[in-house]
Design a binder for this molecule. Structure first.
Ligand SMILES: [Zn+2]
Length: 329
């Protein structure tokens, strides 16, 4: 559980703004939290809700321990409702069901909070129903509309909400976040270079793919410089079976790019920026026999391979051409 101040590191514009609104007791009826998966929309929505309901808060900091905080965290607070798409959309009956429920059970406090995930999936009638409810003065309500596709929200919703843009996390913070989600440290460093979108990161980690791909990249690149006869065999036996999907093929080329960039970092003394920090010794050995100019040429080769992949050239051909071109110089 983080404090508001810790959350400020992840969203340095949005969080201080919300803290000030809490301090001044000037929360809006509706906020749009817009940003990619993994930018902390849900976490900050829960924090804001806890700050509102917490009975033991210090300043604006919720205690994370009282009954209200606990119920909000577990998703069973009677005055807080989490709404997510039922199938492809959020339908009118989902919103109306909650409104009825609130009317029956709204005994604990007079204030209600809706946290709506993927709010862009609200049907027009669900959105209108929600807006009507938000504007009833006798039932003070706050809606937190979370979305990755702000432009798909209805104009009526956008015009009546305060819009807050969540920026992508820095690579370092994102890697830490992935570790909180159970990613091994070395995999998290690598994934954070490829994407800062949590959903994409989870796909890459699916079935331990990233850890496997990571070890094959290390093998492939080591062989390329030290035992070049092995390379095409490793490509055939280990690399190609791992890179069946286009997204995996792209990520694979990115990993080769980061591996080469690491080698360049070693040459230029930037050792704290390594994406494969456990390979430092191997890099240091290789760096003795390869010039910066050669590495730069190899990096250009990877960029060209990426262009070919995007132009739908056969992946095996792209990879063979790349590996052979690196061997040439
Ligand atoms: Zn509390």
């Amino acid at each position: 559980m983080k404090t508001w101040n810790e959350l400020t590191d992840t969203q340095p514009r949005v969080v201080p703004f919300l803290m000030r609104s809490l301090e001044k007791d000037r929360l809006s009826h509706a906020y749009i939290f817009a940003g990619e998966s993994g930018t902390g929309k849900q976490e900050i929505a829960l924090q804001l809700t806890k700050s509102y309901f917490c009975r033991e808060k210090q300043g604006v900091e919720p205690c994370h321990q009282c009954v209200d905080c606990n119920r909000i965290e577990k998703g069973n607070h009677p005055d807080v409702h989490l709404v997510a798409p039922d199938g492809a959309s959020i339908k009118k009956h989902q919103v109306e069901f909650l409104q009825k429920e609130f009317t029956y059970r709204g005994m604990e406090s007079s204030y209600k909070v809706y946290i709506i995930s993927e709010a862009d999936k609200m049907t027009a009638s669900a959105a209108n129903s929600l807006l009507k409810f938000l504007e009833e003065p006798e039932s003070p309500t706050m809606a937190l509309l979370l979305t990755e596709r702000e432009s798909s929200l209805l104009p009526t919703v956008r015009s009546r909400s305060q819009q807050l843009s969540f920026s992508p996390l820095s690579k370092q913070l994102f890697a830490e976040k992935l570790q909180e989600h159970g990613f091994p440290r070395l995999s998290s460093l690598l994934v954070a270079e490829i994407t800062t979108n949590l959903e994409h990161a989870s796909q890459l980690n699916d079935g331990d793919w990233i850890a496997q791909a990571r070890s094959v990249v290390i093998q492939l690149m080591g062989e390329l410089y030290l035992r070049p006869n092995q390379v095409l065999l490793t490509l055939q036996d280990k690399w190609l079976p791992l890179c069946k999907e286009k997204s995996q093929q792209e990520a694979g080329l990115d990993m080769i790019l980061f591996w080469l960039r690491d080698l360049l970092y070693i040459q230029t003394g930037k050792t704290d920026a390594l994406v494969f920090p456990d390979q430092k010794e191997q890099y240091e050995q290789l760096a003795l026999s390869i010039s910066q100019k050669q590495i730069s040429r190899h990096l250009s080769g990877v960029l060209e391979a990426k262009r070919h992949l995007n132009a739908n050239v056969n992946y095996q051909l792209v990879m063979e051409k790349l590996l052979l071109s690196i061997q040439e110089v």
